[in-house]
Design a protein around this ligand. Structure first.
Ligand SMILES: [Cu+2]
Length: 162
């Protein structure tokens, strides 16, 4: 009456369980490796941890006049003119003071936004720093690397109950 597993049957069951466990562990390891790889691809593509962007002040102009950086990045201005200049935020949130020839001013941007600035000595000189969030850059890259996103479109024929 009682179903008894014989020796070989038990061994088969154990072997099957072991195989399943190995597959599960392998799957988890592969998943983790893929995740790490995708993060590395993303950071390699952006080339980004905390970075520094240089803006030259030359010929009574900021060059480049507009820069885009990520939160946590530092922008460094160097005055290459013999004339003095400043880097002064329109909203007064930062101000280099007077930079003589060779003078350097750095500022780290901790929040997103567009920060316009000008030279307090020559107000026609203007520039801006656009600070964007890290995730905005990362997400599309990770999706591209993993082919995870499915573009929206009409439902596949026969897939729904229509
Ligand atoms: Cu100036």
């Amino acid at each position: 009456m009682e179903v008894r597993r014989t020796g070989p049957g038990k061994m088969k069951l154990i072997r099957r369980m072991l195989r399943t466990m190995i597959l599960v562990v392998l799957g988890a390891v592969l998943g983790m490796l893929l995740g790490v790889l995708m993060l590395q691809i993303a950071s390699a593509a952006t080339g980004h941890s905390a970075g520094n962007t240089n803006v030259a002040i030359a010929g009574f102009a900021y060059s480049p006049r507009q820069v885009t950086v990520r939160v946590g990045d530092t922008v460094t201005w160097t005055n290459n003119d013999s004339a003095p200049h400043t880097v002064t935020a329109n909203d007064a949130s930062f101000d280099s003071g007077t930079l003589g020839q060779g003078g350097v001013y750095s500022r780290t941007f901790g929040v997103t936004g567009v920060f316009s600035y000008f030279c307090a000595i020559h107000p026609s000189m203007t520039g801006s720093v656009r600070v964007i969030s890290e995730t905005l850059v990362y997400l599309p890259l990770v999706q591209k690397a993993g082919q995870a996103s499915v573009p929206p479109g009409p439902p596949a024929v026969g897939a729904g109950g229509q």
